[in-house]
Write a protein that binds this ligand. Sequence first.
Ligand code: GLU
Length: 478
Amino acid sequence: MSVRVRLAPSPTGTLHIGTARTAVFNWLFARNQGGTFVLRIEDTDTERSKAEFTDNILEGLKWLGLDWDEGPFFQSQRLDLYEKAVRELLDKGLAYCCYCTPEELEEMRAAQRAAKQAPRYDNRHRHLTDEQRAAYEAEGRTAVVRFKIDDDREIAWNDMVRDRVSWNTSDLGGDMAISRAAKPGEVGQPLYNLAVVVDDLDMKISHVIRGEDHIANTAKQILLYEAFGAAVPEFAHTPLILNEKGAKLSKRDGVTSVSDFQAKGYTAPAIANYMTLLGWSPADGEERFMLGDAAEQFSFDRVNKAGAKFDWDKLNWLNGQVLHELPVETLLPMLVPYWKEAGYRFDLDTDKPWLEAIAATIGPSLSVLSEAVEMSRPLMSDAIEMSEKAQGQLAMENVSEALKLSLEKSQAAKSFDVAAAKKAIKEVTKELGVKKGLVMKSLRAALTGELSGPDLIQSWVVLHQRGLAVERLQAAIG
Ligand code: GLU
């Protein structure tokens, strides 16, 4: 059997991290099996679907390196297919028109709430007589089509992640609406469970890989496969992504879409790597890998059943690893937008060597690109603010002398580079009989106004070459 998988995002929002992770697992499985990855945009909800969200989803997938083999197909362009399927179910007597008004349904639900019952459709229009139907239509009522779901049947499947999963049909909420309200004789827009099954059949999807939150839908969809007399695909339900408190990752956690991560300065390889680790781990325990390498080893045997906790430290670590390996020519253009946004003034052409020196200085300390704003502030700004701690350092014994001597040595050097700066610090330490730590710490305080930051020696050199070190040292001495 040839493996065909699909990602079926609804363009009602930007590419959600959960959808991206589902995309990753589909992609890994497809590539591992030499299969086909299909992209289908589920845009039948015309009110909430937006072209800009489709663009965001496609761009996000491309950015992550998740190339698809077929599509994107748009459900909104396939409405005839769904209508035909709804009519087939009506003809077979497996579905019927339900004329309930929203008010009637709400009344029914309120009664269920009052009786502390689970909300469900009570199948009240399943056995309407022709007269009743005619009367509703004469009233001008529209009808949704409902698919019959009999109670007390066990639906079970062998899930690739969760092994045996079973669901009782009594817990599926009664007969299920499969199309929206439409005038008598017409079929309204299809609803999710119907459209998904029609498409998965039409697109010959062999394995449906999606989040665990779809398990109840899977039970409903299996009933639809049966109704169409079709074979049921394999299912893999991947664990939910949880926040640090163990609850489902949501908007409240701040960052939920791939573009949010992108804006914060996470790189595509780190996000793709981390998404993979959210639920899967390679047999060799290696945590850093490229998607292509993971695809070679990927199997659902190593996907966890339990929810995957989002671990910011691990993501930051992975992203830092990626950033630290970037050559300065690659890193610089990635930093420029953050610097511009922060309002730093520079000219990309004439200031290039200076900017590259800053990129090289802060690069090894970055874990997220957006950190570049604070990290490069003392290097990019003409003036610095002295933190209290830095002021405290400058007030310590021997500091003034150490800075004075350091300044003299930097000015005496023929060309002040990293080697010259190291030499100067060594000599000051020796000549004044003070600790190297004191000299370094004092220089940092004087030059950056802080007691921590990126590499001090490189920072000093960058500031010296930009003509900013001398005045800052003089100010600190004075
Ligand atoms: N459109 C559905 C969603 O975005 C697809 C679910 C599925 O993969 O079947 O959740």
